[in-house]
Design a protein around this ligand. Structure first.
Ligand code: ACK
Length: 310
């Protein structure tokens, strides 16, 4: 950001249509711990409408660092610029006037996709909840959301003008927690502002927080992040989906992953994965980033598939 103050860049104005007063906000049960702090179910009352809207509230913990505040506001700025897409968690509003700052986003009632898939596994006396067609549909929706982010790269370039270091990093830490599912079974890519978890000193000093098993070889080896490294991560997400919430490289330690990939090893094909999906997943795991498909191309691969025989 250079000499500019981040608070000037992302200043919240009095007439900001996204700003909610705290007396119009009700915080409910905790949904979990996010990268920024705690996430709660919440409800907001709109001035103009009756009733309350359910949403998810991300709250910075008291005493959060200056950097955390910066990143929180950067995520907000990114969400505002991006606009809405059905497969990307959308912004509902924020309460930034007093402490602690709160970001309000669409609620994904069914939680994260990995846990949903695990819960839906077949068990004694119960068939598997999700058909292979449904698994393909999950992939299609995630690809749609990611293509939207890919296409909006211009926004990141804009951020880059202010903060090159931030931009060089993955704009999206793509792992299971980042795909949430709403009541209509729609997948929503979330936490795409998480570039910041890979940013700055934390990134270079603590490797434990990196989603190593979702990372492309060039990200692991040379710290190069592009939308093509997101495509690699999507391949791992496909693997998670068709293994119904399996843990990738379970028997391997993070420190060995890069060597493993360079030696040509790839995750084994999940039992339920159709061969066409397997082909796509392998392409996403091409050693050369340029050989991986773009999300825009992947839309075509997943669209119209459900009607085909599997
Ligand atoms: O994996 P989870 O069950 O789903 O636990 C995490 C936790 O909060 C911290 O990120 C959940 N979470 C995050 N955003 C949302 C949201 N918009 N709707 C529902 N749950 C959410 C996430």
């Amino acid at each position: 950001v250079g000499s500019e103050n981040i608070y000037d860049l992302f200043e919240v104005h009095d007439k900001d249509v996204w700003e909610f007063e705290r007396h119009n906000l009700w915080i409910g049960p905790k949904l979990g711990n996010g990268a920024f702090g705690e996430v709660f179910q919440a409800w907001i009352a709109h001035q103009s409408a009756d009733g309350k809207q359910a949403c998810a509230a991300k709250r910075l913990p008291p005493g959060a660092s200056y950097e955390a505040h910066q990143d929180f506001r950067a995520e907000l700025a990114l969400m505002k610029e991006l606009g809405t897409h059905p497969n990307v968690i959308g912004l509902v509003g924020h309460c930034f006037q007093d402490e602690p700052p709160i970001l309000l986003v669409e609620l994904a009632e069914l939680g994260n996709l990995r846990d949903l898939l695990r819960k839906g596994r077949a068990s004694e006396g119960r068939a598997q909840s999700h058909s292979v067609g449904q698994l393909i549909e999950f992939c299609r929706q995630i690809v749609n959301g990611m293509a939207f982010l890919e296409q909006n790269d211009v926004i990141h370039r804009d951020l880059a003008a202010r903060n090159v270091r931030r931009h060089r990093l993955a704009k999206f830490e793509f792992k299971h927690l980042c795909v949430l599912v709403d009541q209509q079974m729609t997948c929503k890519v979330s936490d795409f502002g998480l570039a910041r978890t890979l940013d700055g000193e934390q990134y270079t000093t603590t490797t434990t927080r990196l989603p190593v098993k979702w990372m492309a070889p060039e990200s692991l080896g040379r710290r190069i992040y592009t939308t093509k490294s997101d495509v690699w991560a999507f391949g791992v997400t496909m693997w998670e989906i068709f293994s119904l919430g399996g843990t990738p490289y379970q028997e391997y330690r993070n420190a060995h992953i890069l060597n493993l990939l360079e030696s040509g090893y790839r995750l084994p094909v999940p039992m339920q994965m159709p061969s066409k999906a397997h082909g796509i997943m392998q392409q996403c795991w091409s050693m050369e980033a340029e050989e991986r498909p773009a999300f825009a191309e992947l839309i075509g691969s997943f669209t119209g598939w459900r009607s085909e025989s599997l």
